[in-house]
Design a protein. Structure first.
Length: 104
């Protein structure tokens, strides 16, 4: 989980905060997909990925498919005026969480 969340989502979200929502979604999704694949490849080469972990990861596939289905139905309903503040709130909460974890 730390590898997947450590690929720099908040900085990319801040970079694209003024972009239209479709561009922001596509860019951040691509960034996470490429980052996750690179992390998975590096962890596999380092011997840190077992068959059990891969089998457990299959458990999230139904939720992933459901999320993609729901997102495809609602993506055009996002109000651009709400997207930027939401991104900023999420980035702020991420920063606060990181500071608390680091200082604790």
């Amino acid at each position: 989980m730390a590898t997947a969340t450590g690929v720099g989502g908040p900085p990319i979200a801040l970079t694209y905060q003024h972009a239209d929502p479709p561009t922001m979604r596509a860019t951040i999704s691509t960034f996470f997909a490429v980052g996750a694949l690179m992390s998975l490849a590096a962890l596999t080469v380092a011997g840190q990925v077992s068959g059990r972990q891969l089998a457990l990861s299959l458990l999230v596939l139904p939720s992933t498919a459901l999320g993609m289905l729901v997102a495809s139905r609602y993506r055009d309903r996002l109000n651009p005026a709400v997207v930027r503040p939401a991104v900023l709130v999420i980035c702020t909460l991420s920063a606060i969480s990181l500071l608390i974890e680091t200082l604790a």
